[in-house]
Ligand binder design. Sequence first.
Ligand SMILES: [Zn+2]
Length: 287
Amino acid sequence: MTRVIATHLHPDHVGLAGWLCAKWNAPLWMTLGEYMSAQAARNDFVESDEIRAAHLARNGVPADRISLFHRHKGGYAKGVAPLPPAFKRLIHAHPVTIGGHRWDVIVGRGHAPEHASLWCPELNVMIAGDQVLPKISTNVGVWPNEPEADALTWFLDGFSRFRRLPANALVLPSHGFPFVGLHTRLDQLVAHHDARLNDMTTAIARRGAEGATGWDMVPVLFPRHLDNNQIVFAFGETLAHLHCLESRARVKRVVVAGVHRFVALVDPANEPPADDPSPEVMDVGAV
Ligand SMILES: [Zn+2]
């Protein structure tokens, strides 16, 4: 083994990277954002209980539900072996050579800080990581350590980088089976999020001038029962949709007694209907 390349910091992707590097004396290649975020998470620098509680309260989570979002200290480090103290940086659009072939690094945001996908024009293959998945939609969330993140906008804007690839490229995702049909899948995901954004605008408009908090909107995006782990991701995803609506000027944020409420700026009856070809894809599974 000559090196270990990790797409992003999530434990199901980087968990054994440090172990592999140590066993094979191999260097670790990651983007700066992912490597540093992983190191910060291993050391519990990312999110304090106070920061999380303030973020949740600001977004309407009732005081007696805040404990649902509790995170065990050291939880990330339990699932992620120590990373090497030095790494080599992957940079967007800077090619790397693997197995004698040129692979271009494509950075995507919204799911993780600086997620790296790899594209090889010669082989017509993309290693997508979590950025484009065939069945479920990638989790896109707003987290307490970056409460103003416009994660869904960033995620969808990043699709332009994948649309430059040939439609017949073979995509190797990190969850689910390899597939051909990248552009179709991107179209489905855009339509899916548009439909969810419309659902949310309608629900917010029904509340009139009072508007809705992030917590109010969770059942609109996720009508089924959510367990304690799922609620964390569902809440982050709900805020990502609200922030996207805000940046598209479809809702505005008003702060009432320290709580952020979102009020509709458009009449959803006048919005073009979004057709959602894949209603099953909204899931909180892909982390
Ligand atoms: Zn992930």
